[in-house]
Ligand binder design. Structure first.
Ligand code: NAD
Ligand code: IPM
Ligand code: MN
Length: 362
């Protein structure tokens, strides 16, 4: 039967806990299909620093390049927060995104009806929310030059980052935005800060110019401050959002909270067609709850489903995982982050066990 070679990057904090649930889910789903997984585990982030001295060992990048897809949990933690920038876990993650050319990050924020009461917003505001944030992932202020902490002529220190986008970078992510909108609700909102930033003016001009190739997509523009406000005021106005690296980082965390918990949100980071994508939750390594069996593994499990759909062309298996997640919630199982009155409190591991039983019995 068909083999899918997956590189697993459990990383730090809650990473290993949620990854082990996702791997068991994948194994359970494979038993019901004519494909198999082979898993190779590799080091990234703090775990890699402790073992090798660097956050992204060459062997990890090579393993990723040689696989069909990469499943990543999360990186980072207090222990490594004071290392020099080039040795920090986050630098490893950014290096992987750049090294694999993952310029498009898809972050869906869908409210599941079972979790409406776990949202911090009113039912009528969040009911039916279904947003896809398309975040540019290998450019903008995360990567622009010059950057660093420099001494000025007076000897004062000055921290510098540069927000820059070239036309080709804007065009390729705008195209993903339009195509995503086309397959969804047909509405694309481009978010920028064109009233202040030149880089955003170029962004807006290019996105506007591309709209003529997508006559069936209704394009709008918002400034990022207004977009943040609109996301919590009336999130249902959004279908697909396309934006730069930093704005997308911030807006996707905000969008995550509409759904009840950041512990529910998966993402897909994609590059050129045919190259391996990386699939990871939107959340981080949650060092505050690591090692306590409290983490919600569902964002990781749903990231594995995105991997099947977008990375391995196994959309039937992806849907089966998503259905099982729905059923677990229907049955009332909740980790702490999505707990509400009358529900059954479970830890990370038990959530995984219930899920696997459902997949096996389905
Ligand atoms: P975080 O997302 O790790 O945590 C924010 C809050 O959400 C915490 O209270 C945490 O307990 C909670 N949370 C997150 N995921 C959860 C889950 N699955 N279940 C239950 N609760 C969950 O963000 P942070 O605290 O700002 O960052 C912690 C570390 O993670 C930092 O080192 C940061 O750089 C890193 N980080 C990594 C990634 C990644 O690997 N992609 C993403 C974001 C942050
Ligand atoms: C994310 C994270 C990362 C980012 C950090 C950890 C580098 O917040 O994946 O959203 O800012 O992209
Ligand atoms: Mn983030």
């Amino acid at each position: 039967s068909k083999q899918h070679h997956i590189t697993l990057l459990p990383g730090d904090g809650i990473g290993p806990e949620i990854m082990s649930v996702a791997v068991e889910v994948l194994n359970a789903i494979a038993l019901k299909h004519d494909f198999k997984f082979t898993f190779t585990e590799a080091l990234i982030g703090g775990a890699a620093i402790d073992e090798t001295g660097e956050p992204l060992p060459e062997a990890t990048l090579t393993a990723c390049r040689n696989s069909d897809a990469v499943l990543l949990a999360a990186i980072g933690g207090y222990k490594w927060d004071n290392l020099p920038r080039h040795q920090r876990p986050e630098t490893g993650l950014l290096g992987m995104r750049a090294g694999l050319g993952l310029f498009a990050n898809l972050r869906p924020a869908t409210i599941l009806p079972q979790l409406i009461d776990a949202s911090s917003l009113k039912r009528e505001i969040v009911e039916g929310v279904d947003i896809m944030v398309v975040r540019e992932l290998t450019g903008g202020i995360y990567f622009g030059q010059p950057k660093g902490i420099f001494a000025t002529e007076t000897g004062e220190q000055r921290g510098v980052n540069t927000m820059a986008y070239s036309v080709s970078e804007i065009d390729r992510i705008a195209k993903v935005g339009f195509e995503t909108a086309q397959k969804r609700g047909g509405k694309l909102c481009s978010v920028d800060k064109a009233n202040v930033l030149d880089v955003s003016q170029l962004w807006r001009d290019r996105v506007t110019a591309m709209a003529k190739d997508y006559s069936n997509v209704e394009l709008s523009h918002l400034y990022v401050d207004n977009a943040a406000m609109q996301l919590v005021r009336a999130p249902k106005q959004f279908d697909t959002i396309v934006t730069g690296n930093l704005f997308g980082d911030i807006l996707s965390d905000a969008a995550a909270m509409l759904t009840g918990s950041i512990g529910m949100l998966p993402s897909a980071s994609l590059g050129e067609a045919g190259k391996p994508g990386v699939f990871e939750p939107v959340h981080g390594s949650a060092p505050d709850i690591a090692g306590q069996d409290k983490a919600n593994p569902l964002a990781q499990v749903l990231s594995a489903a995105m991997m099947l759909r977008y990375g391995l062309n196994e959309s039937k298996a992806a849907t089966e995982i998503e259905d099982a997640v729905n059923q677990v919630l229907d049955k009332g199982y909740r980790t702490g982050d999505i707990m509400s009155e009358g529900m059954k409190a479970v830890g990370c591991q038990e959530m995984g066990e219930v899920l696997i039983k459902l997949i096996t019995d389905n």
